[in-house]
Write a protein that binds this ligand. Structure first.
Ligand SMILES: [Zn+2]
Length: 256
C-alpha cells in the first residue's frame, strides 16, 4: 500500500512539474494559469490532450512540436522529472504518516518552484505568488496549532532576519537616495519571511546559510546582471527540507 502512495506522490510531482513550466511562462505575461489552452510557443498552434501528457508526450513526439516541428526544450522534460523526484525524496525522508502536513509542504513547494523559475528569468517575485504562499503558510500554522505541534518561537524568530534585511534596505535607499540600490530586493525579503512562517526559524536560517554557497556557485557558472537570490534560496530550502529529518536535533538546537 505504501508503495502505491509513493508512486502517486512521484506522479503528482511530475504533473505539478508540467504545471510549473506553464505558470513560469504565463504569470509574467499576465496570462491566466487556470483557463486557456496551452499553445506551442513557436507556431502558436493550440495543443491537444495528447500533446500535454507530462514526459510521455515529449518522448512520443520525439521532443518536437507536432504541428511545426520546432524543438521542445529538454529542460521542460527535466523539470517535470526533477519535481517528481523532489516530491518523492521529501516523502521518503519525512515518511507518509503525517500526510496532511506533507500536502501542506507540497502546496508551498509548488509556489516555490514557480517563484524560482520567474525570479531566474525575470528577476522578480510576483506579489500574487507571495499572497498564495502566505495563505498556505497561515493554514499550515493553524493546522500545527490544532495538532498541538505549534511553537510560537519558530514563527517569531523567523521574522528577525527579514526585518534586519528590510531595515538595511531602507538605510541603503536613504543613503543612496535610490530605491534600486538596495542590496536585497523587497521581493526576496518577503519570500524569506514566508519561508520562515511556513517552515520555522531553524529551517529558514539554515537555508539562508546554504543559499549563500549555492549563490556563489551560481555566480561562477552564470553571468548575471542581477542575482536571482530567490531562485538560489529555493534550491537551498528544498535541500534542507529533504534532509530535515536527519538534522532535526541540530535544527532544534538553534532555538534557545
Ligand atoms: Zn509548434
Amino acid at each position: 500500500m505504501d508503495a502505491i502512495i509513493y508512486v502517486a506522490i512521484f506522479l503528482t510531482g511530475i504533473v505539478f512539474g508540467s504545471f510549473f513550466t506553464l505558470a513560469v511562462y504565463r504569470i509574467p505575461r499576465k496570462e491566466n494559469i487556470v483557463y486557456g489552452r496551452s499553445h506551442c510557443t513557436s507556431c502558436n498552434h493550440k495543443l491537444g490532450f495528447w500533446d500535454l501528457i507530462p514526459i510521455l508526450s515529449y518522448i512520443f513526439l520525439g521532443g518536437k512540436c507536432r504541428y511545426c516541428g520546432e524543438k521542445i526544450r529538454i529542460r521542460y522534460l527535466l523539470l517535470e522529472i526533477f519535481s517528481g523526484f523532489v516530491f518523492l525524496a521529501i516523502a521518503l525522508t519525512h515518511g507518509i504518516e503525517n500526510i496532511v502536513n506533507l500536502c501542506f509542504i507540497y502546496l508551498f513547494i509548488a509556489g516555490m518552484f514557480i517563484i524560482a523559475g520567474i525570479d531566474k528569468e525575470k528577476y522578480e517575485i510576483p506579489n500574487g505568488l507571495c499572497i498564495y504562499e502566505l495563505f498556505v503558510a497561515i493554514f499550515h500554522l493553524l493546522y500545527s496549532y490544532y495538532t498541538k505541534s505549534f511553537d510560537y518561537r519558530y514563527t517569531v524568530y523567523a521574522l528577525i532576519v527579514p526585518l534586519i534585511f528590510y531595515i538595511l534596505d531602507k538605510l541603503f535607499s536613504v543613503l543612496y537616495k535610490d530605491e534600486n540600490k538596495v542590496p536585497i530586493g523587497y521581493g526576496d525579503i518577503k519570500y524569506l519571511a514566508l519561508i520562515g512562517l511556513m517552515f520555522g526559524f531553524p529551517i529558514q536560517i539554515t537555508s539562508i546559510v546554504i543559499s549563500t554557497f549555492v549563490t556563489l556557485v551560481g555566480i561562477l557558472i552564470h553571468r548575471y546582471k542581477e542575482i536571482p537570490w530567490g531562485y538560489y534560496l529555493t534550491i537551498a530550502t528544498i535541500m534542507v527540507l529533504i534532509i530535515e529529518p536527519y538534522i532535526a536535533n541540530t535544527l532544534n538546537f538553534i532555538i534557545i
